[in-house]
Design a binder for this molecule. Sequence first.
Ligand code: HEM
Length: 406
Amino acid sequence: MKLSHTDSIINLNAPLAWTTANPEEQKMLQNLQGNILKSHGRKFTANIFFRLGEDIAQSRRLLRELANYHISDAHRQLLDTEKFKQTGDGGGAFCHLALSYKGYAALDLLDAAPQDDDFVKGMQHADSIKALHDPDLCCWETEFQKEFHGLLLVADESEYDVLKLSRDVFVPLLEKSGCSIHIIQNGKAIHNQAGNGIEHFGYVDGRSQPLMLWEDINSESMSSGISRWDPAFPLATALVEDPGVCDGLSFGSYFIFRKLEQNVQDFKRREQEVADLLGFKDEERELAGAMLVGRFEDGTPATLSDEAKGQKPPNNFSYKGDDGTRCPFHAHIRKTNPRGTGGFEDEADERLHLMARRGIPFEEIERRVHPDNLPESTSLAEFEHKVAPLLPTGGLGLLFMAYNNS
Ligand code: HEM
């Protein structure tokens, strides 16, 4: 299916230039929550999953209070980001609210609920579990087996501020409004020495994104180039018209949250197995991990392995001419974004699968060694006695989050 939106006042078939937005576009950005068109970028988050109370009027009052006084709209977020770039002032806390279909039902607002079939069923539904090849519900972390009505995402630059905000402001506000809190899931960004965000296997993450703002596309064009990969995506990649308002200026997005645990020890072991199997020696051994992920740990794409490494990992590349010998077809980033070489769809259709990823790592056990400081291994045997004992087998991972049009 091709995206086509012709009736809206806002042109959803193209990116948006927010700094030169016309009054309608500005209004749309003020109606829209932040984090959808661009990541909030804060280092710490508290994700508060809650269930609304029985009193519908009270729950609606809560939503109004959150929307009027706490939620960060897209326009405000973009202004804050500019200020941060110029002054280093982070703009303070960021707050975002997401409702499940059952949340709309609890508010008696089903007429206003988006109607995507998978959203209506929810991720705990047997059909969704089957489609996603997830473990049975009874094997999920206990608190996540419960039925949620909403998620309040609170983010800030310091862990202290996030914990204080959620404990002193948002939990009391939710509870006073009749809600029960199911779980507060904290997120914590981690960085490598170059200052790039990484995930727990040690790889730069969040680099390749569908860019929906012309300002971001122009900046990418100036800094890294866009001749081989076009990062420009239409607003319709993430925006869905709000069925409860239908004024052509009010939009939301389908938000996905998946808590994915990572077995770091096993993943790093597999890297060593692949390196031994392919007879890689010394520095060449890191190519094994790059063949699994599609990028080296510092973010350099495997398909560009002999090009110069820079501070900002390149994203201006395609796999054209790479028959799998440089970046294997199964590598994570080639599978999720084949950049025109997937072999099943044309490039335009492949691009429709990309989502605005907004994930953040979580860490419920303390790591003994930062993922950027792991000792090198010359063989699997050496890894087993020198490195493996330092590595966690669970208790941390990625809070995968993404915004989509379906
Ligand atoms: C614990 C689980 C995961 C880890 C550790 C992980 C790790 C990574 C890393 C290191 C990158 C490269 C950085 C970048 O290009 O931005 C990446 C890219 C990406 N990942 Fe994941 N990922 C995980 C789960 C997922 C899931 C569940 C999806 C989708 C369903 C996904 C979709 C993507 C996409 C679309 C890209 C960008 C590819 C590109 O445009 O070149 N990832 N991931």
